[in-house]
Design a protein around this ligand. Structure first.
Ligand code: OGA
Ligand code: NI
Length: 396
C-alpha cells in the first residue's frame, strides 16, 4: 500500500532552498525543491521537506503554519493509486445495543449475543450504542485530552523517549525509533489498570481519566462476557484464564492534526491491535477505516457510539474463530481529529493460548501460547504493520 519509492524517486535530485526555524532550539526543516530535468518549473506538489531531526510533534509542525507540503519522511501513500475503499459496505457495519446485553429480557439478550458473535466472526468490528457511558464523561475526556496536547512541548517531553513498557508515554508516529516512514499522529498512552497512571498536568486530567477508564472497562467486560457466551465458553473460566480482574487496560489518546497534503501520509498504517478488544471514541471527525474482505470501509461513527475492534489476544484465545481486524487511520486537510482508544487486554502475566474447548483434531491449535507481556513488548518495539506480531505465533 505504501508506495514510498515512486515519490522518493521523484525527489532524488533536490536542492536546498530555505530553512525554517520551528522552535527556538532546533532547525527542524530544510525545504527541498526538486530540480526539474525538463524545462518546466517544479510542481508545488513535489516541493517537500526533509528532516535533519524529527519534529517533537506533528502538532508543532502543523501549528507552525510554515508547512505547505508534506516532508518526504511522511509521504508513504501513492496519491494516484486507485481507491481501495468500498463505500457500499459502510451501511453493513454491525451495531450492538449494549443495553440489550446488560438488561434485555432473556430472548432478546440471546438474539443480541448471536448478533455479537456474527459481528466478531464476519467483521471483527462493530459499533456499540446504548453503552451506558454518560456523554458528559466522554466529552470531558475529549476536552481533557485536548488540554493534554495543548501543554507546552517541554511539559509533554517529560513523558517522551520512554521504554515501550513505561506506563505513561508521549510520542509521535508509532515507534519513531524503528518506523521507516513517519505517521501523521501524536499520542499519549497511559496504563490505567490494574494500576492507574496519569500525567499530573493539566489540572483535573487525572480525575477525568480515572472516571473514563472505569466506565470503559465496564463496557469492555460486558462485551467480553457476551463474546464468550456467543462461543459457549464459560464466563468464570474465561475470567480466570485471562485473569481479567487484573486486566491490562491502556488509554491511548491520538491526535491527527490537519495536513496540507492529506492524501500522502497515513495517520496510522494498517494494523491489528494487541488487545482482546479496543473501544474507540472520537471528536466527531471520522478517519478510521477497517478492512472487510479485500476492501477498506470508511467508518462514520454514529453520535454517542463506541467503535469496537477485535484484537489479537481474542484471535489467539478463540483459536482464530474471532479474528482481529485490520484497521488504519486516515487524515484530512481541514480539521484536527482526536480519538481515544481504550485497549482491554488480559493481565500482563497471563499466558494466552487457544482455549481447549475450541481446539480439536479438525481444528488444531493455530497459535502457540505466549505471555501477554512479551507479546505487547514485541508489538510495541517493532514496526506497526498489518498482523506481523501475530504472524510470529502461527502454527498452521
Ligand atoms: C489505535 C488505532 C485508530 C484511530 O490507536 O490503535 O487504531 O482511528 N486508532 O485513531
Ligand atoms: Ni489500532
Amino acid at each position: 500500500m505504501c508506495n514510498c519509492n515512486q515519490i522518493i524517486t521523484n525527489l532524488t535530485i533536490a536542492k536546498l532552498i530555505s530553512c525554517v526555524f520551528i522552535n527556538k532550539q532546533h532547525f527542524l526543516l530544510q525545504f527541498l525543491a526538486p530540480i526539474s530535468t525538463s524545462e518546466s518549473p517544479p510542481s508545488p506538489l513535489m516541493a517537500t521537506a526533509q528532516f535533519f531531526s524529527l519534529p517533537d510533534s506533528i502538532k508543532q509542525l502543523s501549528d507552525s503554519g510554515a508547512l505547505s507540503s508534506v516532508p518526504t519522511h511522511y509521504a508513504c501513500r501513492d496519491p494516484d493509486a486507485p481507491s481501495d475503499v468500498d463505500p457500499t459496505l459502510e451501511g453493513q457495519i454491525p451495531t450492538i445495543d449494549l443495553s440489550v446485553l446488560t438488561e434485555g429480557d432473556p430472548a432478546r439478550r440471546s438474539q443480541m449475543v448471536r448478533q455479537l458473535g456474527r459481528a466478531c466472526e464476519e467483521w471483527g468490528f462493530f459499533v456499540v450504542v446504548n453503552h451506558g457511558v454518560p456523554e458528559t464523561v466522554r466529552e470531558a475526556m475529549l476536552a481533557a485530552a485536548q488540554g493534554l496536547f495543548d501543554l507546552e512541548e517541554e511539559e509533554k517531553a517529560e513523558h517522551s523517549g520512554k521504554h515501550v513498557m513505561d506506563p505513561i508515554r508521549y510520542g509521535t508516529s508509532f515507534n519513531s525509533k524503528v518506523d521507516d516512514v513517519g505517521y501523521w499522529r501524536d499520542y499519549f498512552k497511559m496504563v490505567v489498570h490494574p494500576a492507574f497512571h496519569s500525567p499530573a498536568k493539566p489540572l483535573g486530567f487525572r480525575e477525568v481519566l480515572g472516571q473514563y477508564a472505569a466506565c470503559t472497562r465496564v463496557v469492555g467486560m460486558e462485551l467480553l462476557r457476551g463474546m464468550w457466551e456467543s462461543l459457549e465458553l464459560d464466563e468464570g473460566y474465561m475470567n480466570n484464564a485471562l485473569d481479567l480482574d487484573a486486566c491490562f487496560q491502556v488509554c491511548v489518546v491520538n491526535l491527527y492534526p490537519p495536513c496540507p497534503q492529506p492524501e500522502l501520509p497515513m495517520g496510522l498504517p494498517p494494523h491489528s491491535d494487541h488487545s482482546l478488544l479496543t473501544l474507540l471514541h472520537q471528536n466527531g471527525v471520522d478517519g478510521l477505516q477497517v478492512k472487510h474482505g479485500s476492501k477498506w470501509v470508511h467508518v462514520k461513527a454514529p453520535p454517542n457510539s463506541f467503535l469496537v475492534n477485535i484484537g489479537d489476544q481474542t484471535e489467539i484465545v478463540t483459536n482464530g474463530r474471532y479474528k482481529s481486524v485490520l484497521h488504519r487511520a486516515v487524515i484530512n486537510g481541514r480539521s484536527t481529529r482526536m480519538s481515544i482508544a481504550t485497549v482491554v487486554a488480559p493481565s500482563l502475566d497471563t499466558v494466552v493460548e487457544p482455549v481447549a474447548q475450541l481446539v480439536s483434531s479438525e481444528r488444531p491449535a493455530m497459535y502457540r501460547g505466549v505471555r501477554y507481556r512479551e507479546y505487547l513488548e514485541h508489538q510495541q518495539r517493532n514496526k506497526l504493520w498489518e498482523k506481523s506480531a501475530l504472524d510470529h505465533l502461527r502454527l498452521q
